[in-house]
Write a protein that binds this ligand. Structure first.
Ligand code: ATP
Ligand code: MG
Length: 287
């Protein structure tokens, strides 16, 4: 089954209300989606091996979402077949003092995957135009010159981010951006589950409940951000996230599709190297 890619053309206006968080694109049940995910995981594993061997491209997967949308679970399931040697996950939290002493892209730049590898950003520099926009008082910690936090300021950040992503793409780092689009009702259900189930208590903090109060502000910040940073070279994928099984199937499909489009090949071995291998083979067989 081909899943819709949930990308908008860069020149089209994105309105979050046009994206249904509970959409499941024709899957009749969880089992069907799971089967597809299993197939995609196998395919991803095959493609990752060639990505690693050819070492020409890196793949950066950026995950953004409201709390409890399923970032962690999606990363865990989708990447379950991936060779850990060629993959790194990094979760970006509130910046440390050392990080605040640098420009805001610094901490992310250090984590961009090498060529041949897959890098996953669990949250990212996009927090700088999301949580920071919803709570502009956070900017005071950044000690920026000429503080005037108007539209120009945010537009400059969008410009920085677009330029940075263009730079990455030009240098062989493919940038795929996912927004896991959970509904406010489903978030409430998942929060209650985290409170009611003791084994899940650790996943819930009072900060999550506090941020929920800013739901509409976040939705607006996200919407503006999509419209400013949904570029041809680094598009956003707005993934329905009320059904976890669907989220995982959709994300894996997009990753596989992207890797396939790179037409990856194992490095060609030179005539000399082939001859050398034959000599060694003979030597080993005669041991
Ligand atoms: P979980 O789903 O397990 O809650 P999480 O990604 O929400 O995972 P937390 O440790 O709960 O992880 O939260 C990280 C927090 O750090 C988020 O509230 C996020 O908004 C905040 N954060 C990340 N980057 C920045 C930033 N650049 N400036 C300010 N806050 C940030
Ligand atoms: Mg959290």
């Amino acid at each position: 089954m081909d899943i819709k890619c949930f990308t908008s053309a860069p020149d089209k206006v994105i309105r979050l209300k046009d994206f249904d968080p509970s959409f499941t694109d024709g899957f009749r049940n969880k089992e069907e989606a799971k089967e597809k995910l299993e197939n995609d995981i196998q395919e991803m594993s095959r493609l990752q091996d060639i990505l690693y061997a050819s070492s020409k491209y890196g793949l950066l997967l950026v995950f953004q979402a409201m709390d409890a949308a399923g970032k962690d679970g999606t990363i865990k399931h989708v990447m379950s077949g991936i060779n850990p040697q060629g993959c790194e996950v990094y979760s970006f939290k509130s910046p440390s003092n050392e990080e605040l002493d640098h420009d805001y892209l610094w901490r992310c730049m250090k984590r961009v995957p090498e060529k041949g590898r897959i890098g996953i950003f669990n949250r990212s520099y996009y927090e700088e135009v999301l949580v920071v926009r919803v709570h502009p008082e956070l900017l005071s910690y950044q000690n920026l010159p000429n503080p005037k936090y108007n539209d120009d300021f945010w537009n400059n950040r969008f410009e920085d981010i677009n330029n940075y992503e263009k730079y990455l793409v030009r240098n062989g780092i493919i940038v795929l951006k996912f927004f896991l689009n959970v509904s406010k009702d489903e978030q409430k259900k998942r929060f209650l589950e985290r409170i009611n189930n003791e084994d899940k208590n650790w996943k819930f903090s009072s900060a999550d409940a506090k941020e929920r109060k800013y739901w509409d502000d976040y939705q607006l910040a996200y919407e503006i951000m999509f419209n400013k940073t949904n570029t041809k070279y680094a598009p956003w994928h707005i993934i329905p996230a009320d059904k976890k099984w669907f989220t995982r199937a959709a994300v894996s499909e997009i990753i596989v599709k992207t890797l396939k489009e790179l037409s990856l090949e194992y490095p060609k071995v030179s005539k000399e190297h082939k001859e050398e291998l034959q000599t060694i083979k003979k030597m080993l067989e005669e041991e």
